[in-house]
Design a protein around this ligand. Structure first.
Ligand code: ASP
Length: 335
């Protein structure tokens, strides 16, 4: 790592494992989809001995699960454990290894709830440890390098993938299997790593970490918020089902500028009637969802530039913090 920007020699980085493909192994070297969870954070690190040249490393295992199984309780557990690690004065930064499928949700949740300027870097892999050209080891090395780097503090939660550094707010998994699956549509990367050289080009401007009003220590449980995908000829029955199942919020992946089909609009009316928060986002996965004149009559909120899965994280935190609809709308536009 370029020594000029390295923090003190004694920086201690805690690597916390949660599972995912980065911790998995398959039968053969071309098994890039059929594999099983197999490794702890300690074992993953054993494949990257050179990380000890970057920092003092400590390991912890929070959970060991595929990320498509992460539920609200697990998300809260990850948040509470990472918050506790950050409280330790001897820890200079944290790397969280995680499945890539829902990595962006966990990373954004941490971005909005960790009260720290210490680097928290979330990292995964597109290929299991046993695959040809496995990407996990170099991703993990780069994540530790980023967490230990003197220019990383204060940038919120970061995601490292394929030598790129993203803000947790902007990044999304945009390909089913490619090594460069993580993208930040419209806004791009924060920085990049080339060999041992990390260079930032931007810094986040939306609220995060120390500027966040979301206090995880006061949240007992995250409310259920569903995401529904809109399309031609959509019915309202799924909205009714979500409300009857107890959803406290619904985020719709609307069409275009988050426009609603007649069925989705009927669903918005049901949500309004039932006092369920309703957020218009977009299935386009990029661009800002602008307010419409037809929103106010049904209390419909807009996700701003947040995609559906990110808008859901804000909606859950806003509901868990007893925010009013106005407060939730402000949060959707500010975080
Ligand atoms: N295929 C996913 C991954 O890349 C599995 C998961 O998200 O746990 O990690």
């Amino acid at each position: 790592m370029n020594q000029t920007s390295r923090q003190s020699e004694t920086i201690r980085i805690l690597v916390a494992g949660t599972g995912g493909t980065i911790a998995s192994s398959g039968e053969g070297e071309t098994d890039v989809h059929n594999y099983k969870l197999a490794l702890t954070a300690q074992q993953i690190l054993a494949a990257v001995p050179s990380v000890t040249s970057l920092a003092d490393i400590e390991c912890a295992q929070i959970v060991n699960t595929d990320s498509f199984r992460v539920d609200n309780a697990t998300l809260l557990t990850i948040g509470r454990k990472v918050a506790a690690f950050l409280e330790r004065k001897d820890i200079g930064g944290i790397v969280v290894t995680h499945g890539t499928d829902t990595l962006e949700e966990t990373a954004y949740f941490l971005h909005l709830t960790m009260r720290t300027e210490k680097p928290v870097v979330v990292v995964g892999a597109m290929r299991p440890s046993t695959a040809l050209s496995a990407d996990g080891p170099l991703n993990l090395y780069n994540a530790v390098l980023t967490a230990a780097h003197g220019t990383s503090p204060g940038k919120g939660v970061l995601v490292v993938a394929n030598h790129r550094v993203f803000s947790a707010r902007d990044v999304s998994k945009s390909h089913t299997s490619a090594i460069d699956a993580f993208r930040a549509p419209e806004v791009g990367i924060l920085g990049e790593i080339s060999g041992d050289y990390l260079r930032y080009f931007h810094a986040p401007v939306c609220r995060h970490t120390l500027m966040s009003e979301f206090d995880i220590s006061r949240i007992q449980a995250l409310p259920h918020v569903d995401i529904l995908f809109d399309h031609q000829s959509a019915g309202s029955h799924l909205y009714r089902a979500a409300i009857e199942a107890g959803a406290k919020g619904i985020v719709v992946a609307g069409v275009g500028n988050g426009s609603l089909s007649p069925g989705a609009r009927e669903g918005a009316a049901m949500a309004w009637e039932a006092g369920v928060a309703f957020v218009r986002s977009s299935r386009t996965a990029s661009g800002t969802v602008a307010p419409l004149h037809t929103d106010a009559s049904l209390g419909i909120l807009t996700s701003g530039s947040l995609n559906p899965q990110k808008a859901r994280i804000v909606a859950m935190l806003a509901l868990a913090s007893n925010m009013t609809p106005t407060g939730m709308q402000e949060a959707l536009l500010q975080y």
